[in-house]
Write a protein that binds this ligand. Sequence first.
Ligand code: HMG
Ligand code: MG
Length: 301
Amino acid sequence: MAILSPEKVTIIEVGPRDGLQNEKSFVPTEIKKQFISALKQAGISEMEITSFVSPKWVPQMSDAAEIAADCLEGGERNIVLTPNAKGVERARMVNCRAVAVFVGVSNTFNQKNINKTTADSMAELTPIIKQLRADEFFVRACISTSFYCPYEGKIAEEDTVNLCRQFALAGVDELSVADTIGMAAPHESFSLFSTLKNELPNILLTAHFHDTRKMALTNIYAALQAGVDRFDTSAGGLGGCPFAPGAAGNAATEDVVYMLERMGINTGVQLPDLIKAIDIVRPHLSRPIDSTYYRLNAQTV
Ligand code: HMG
Ligand code: MG
């Protein structure tokens, strides 16, 4: 069987949101802005820049309005994450045009993360999504615990596909399907993404892998073989959800870009400039950058 290798892959950078939400301390707003700007300089065209969530639940994102006010220019798509009507209202106030909503397939995870059952979240979000689409917003839906849940264990593929179908019916532009705790294996990645490509061919389909067990790259490769050409990644491999115990960072953008470019696939991202972006935020982080590409190529002191 021939290896599937599209000419081009889109990297959706989630470092400023998924990456920094899980840092022990608050990264200064000015540094976040410089980080976002440097990521755009490195060729990132789509990015989650921040999230409009409760500052009591996630204090690291409490400067979302300031970030959005400064970082909506440049790049093709600057996305803000919002869990509910209040989040969307805050996003509208600062003129964001691309919104990501998020729901867990697992009820228990959704309750821990958003304080609602999955069904209640869907009931709240469905009319909001319809209105956003009517107002010509770009809407992305992030599907958490698509493979495994830290509380409920293995998630049936059928349950994930059903939730994706509901979002597709509500009219979202994109599905970002997430392995929240980094537990999926390549055959599960291939199977779920093949099914989704088949069932929902008209929607942008993105894969979001956390790298807890160092299987993110293999899972990305498996998703690529299933026809996926969009990947959420985080510069420096930062990230994790504060309400998903055991979740490590996302697949590191630099490692994913390196692999894809070595395969002859264009990502539009320049690795030396990506390293410069990581170096802006690195002194403000509570953990070392341990991606392979960074370790081998950065001039760390
Ligand atoms: P709650 O306490 O149930 O909210 O939290 P509530 O509706 O009862 O309201 C309580 C207070 O919060 C009120 O203020 C609201 O106004 C306020 P008060 O009257 O007490 O002053 N509030 C808000 N403030 C700011 N922004 C908002 C907002 N909504 C209510 N949007 C809530 C419910 C959803 C707010 C809370 O649970 C929350 O913020 N959760 C977010 C958790 C989060 O950010 N998780 C990480 C992102 S998801 C992720 O990382 C996964 C992903 O990467 C994919 C993957 O890897 O799986 C996307
Ligand atoms: Mg995530």
